[in-house]
Design a protein around this ligand. Structure first.
Ligand code: ZN
Length: 241
């Protein structure tokens, strides 16, 4: 079996389409939330995500855009983008976002969550000590998270976690370890590489494939300018920061 793992699409249709064009044959598409927010095409992206068999979990921006979490928790740029998104989101898309769970188990030993299992919407997992606490407290072999927009693989060998340097291509996971994995962001990468980021997961072979895809950034930027989204958000797409 082969699954695509997507995160943080953020209403960036050009990036989303570029990734969909590169996924190839899969048995399912799993989505780690933040389908909307920041980007200029939230309805188109949610409609695309709705077509997946899933599961799809909710991100903080998904719930911010439908009034299910307080906008006070967002930074000013994110808050403004959330407000704009909530104004343009159509009813079907809003209802779909309202229906999303905060966590999902697509397979028995695989957990999907936007932030982390202990704080599904808001925790940015970035450090070894966070990875250690989370992996120690969970039984799943693989936990996939989004939210930070930074792709990573933490491996837990039972004593201390380690971070595995990511290079594009396949990575064999080992059966005796547990993993905390972020596929990176499709719609707003923040690791210095502006290309959309995603992963393919093959649970039987226990392998992941890390991929980056170039997309027409200027198309998304022009649409953002058209609808009046903030200049800072437009610029950061070019930088991948
Ligand atoms: Zn996000």
């Amino acid at each position: 079996m082969r699954y695509a793992i997507l995160a943080d699409v953020h209403g960036n249709l050009a990036a989303f389409d570029a990734v969909l064009g590169r996924i190839g044959e899969v048995d399912g598409v799993w989505c780690l939330g933040d389908n909307v927010g920041y980007g200029p095409e939230p309805n188109e992206c949610v409609t695309g995500v709705m077509a997946f068999s899933g599961p799809v979990v909710a991100g903080n921006h998904d719930l911010g855009a439908i009034g299910k979490t307080s906008l006070d928790l967002f930074n000013p740029y994110a808050r403004e983008a959330c407000r704009w998104t909530s104004e343009v989101l159509d009813e079907d898309c809003a209802a779909y976002l309202r229906s999303l769970p905060k966590m999902a188990h697509p397979l028995e030993d695989v957990l999907l969550v936007h932030g982390s299992p202990r704080d599904p919407l808001w925790e940015y997992v970035l450090t070894l000590s966070q990875a250690e606490e989370i992996l120690q407290s969970r039984d799943e072999r693989c936990i996939f998270v989004g939210h930070s927009h930074i792709p990573f693989v933490f491996r837990w060998l039972g004593k201390a976690p380690e971070i595995i340097p990511l290079v594009e291509g396949r990575l064999a996971l080992d059966r005796g370890s547990k993993y905390l994995i972020n596929p990176g962001s499709i719609g707003q990468p923040r690791d210095g590489d502006p290309r959309a980021s995603f992963m393919i997961f093959e649970p039987d072979e226990l392998e992941i494939e890390y991929r980056r895809v170039a997309y027409p950034i200027e198309r998304t930027q022009a649409k953002m300018a058209d609808v009046g989204l903030d200049h800072f958000l437009i610029e950061r797409l070019s930088l991948g920061e």
